[in-house]
Design a protein around this ligand. Sequence first.
Ligand SMILES: [Zn+2]
Length: 466
Amino acid sequence: MIVSRGTARPLGLLSCTVDSVIAGLAFCRRSTPNTHRFARRAIGTRMNKERLWNAIHETAEWGATPDGGVRRLALTDKDKAVREWFMSTTKSLGCSVKVDEMGVIFATRPGTSSTLAPIGIGSHLDTQPAGGRYDGILGVLSGIEILRVLEENQVKTHAPITVIDWTSEEGARFNTGMVSSGVWSGRYTLDYAHAIPAVEEDETGKATLRSELERIGFLGKVPASYTANPLSAHFELHIEQGPVLEDEGKKVGVVTGVQSMGWLVVTVHGANQHSGTCPMDRRRCALTSAARMISRVEEIALSAEGLSTVGVINSWPQSPATVPHKVVFSVDLSHHSTEVRERMIADTRAEFGHIAHANKCTVEIEDIWNSPAVQFHEDCISSVREAARSVAGQENVKEMMAGAGHDSVHTADRCPTSMVFVPSKGGISHHPDEYSSPEQCALGAQVLLESVLRYDDQLKAKDTSR
Ligand SMILES: [Zn+2]
């Protein structure tokens, strides 16, 4: 993933502290009842680049690895430590903090409306086993920086603002990604999620997501549900995790949705045969068939302008002197269009069948995970678009779809949602070398803040027009 070129607003401005708040905020402090104008005037309020950067690197100590990365698997003691910091920090900023049955933390700053659900600013504080310092973390810590800036400048929003740490987004320790937002949205049941076993290092071998929530004291009582604990909207700042913004010299991505993605598991059956005695024309080699299939699926993806990856392959019986009788491999297919991805799957099935037949083998294809494309909400997208153009200059903004899953995929099922991307150096993510600069992080946080304030203005306008 990741950024930079000429900007309408010099990046230097982003390093201003809150002391340089725009003059309009003086208006806010005169306790006028016009909260719609409050939020409008707050647009332009500056994030504190140094403070955000320090928070990223100070909290990285909970799980820091010698190579500069972070290993903070969900619901470990290190995750517990950063969660406790999140709670104490947001409480000190005047937020009410609640924890749901999935351990998701909601730190809420009140608005002037007593009826509107909060606008969520969410991402995750857990990491991959060999993760970096920015994936998910930037989104949550930018939310906290926003709380600080709103508080320091006495900005009153119309809707409450809630900063969210979604539990176990990565799915690294409990093998379902975006699981807590999935329970919140109703895509997964609470029982399913609570029963997911921990896959590593626990001494008893019986640890589950629920038992680990209990162990670290984060099994909350608030229902993990969009009905009992609703949001007016959800905004998420994230590193791009790909190279597009950097390659194109853009500073901000306005994320309009998430591409369709999923996995096939392919099993090829042939026959064990002696490598030295079986003539080539008699062979039923599962691995040769698989090799031809792997090559073909890449051609299918290229012609559809999609993506294909074969990341796992195993063959049996693992003897240099025996023709393999069985091969199992994975195929990850992605495309911006759900329909085109389905055609890619159909083409893959047909082609793999032909290849297996031509090689005297058979093939089974299981569609084990299938996530349709997600279109974010136009009201949220337009808030991000306007904020991004205002902060970074139109020429530095790119509209794009996300290639990876995020909690916003699930929130989009239940409330208006959009995301902000900033570049990742070299497109690297899920790796200690993950990096976005202080300027890139602050720019993204600034766009996030202004997106939320613009959306809050929309909510206020709807309320007052009733
Ligand atoms: Zn993430």
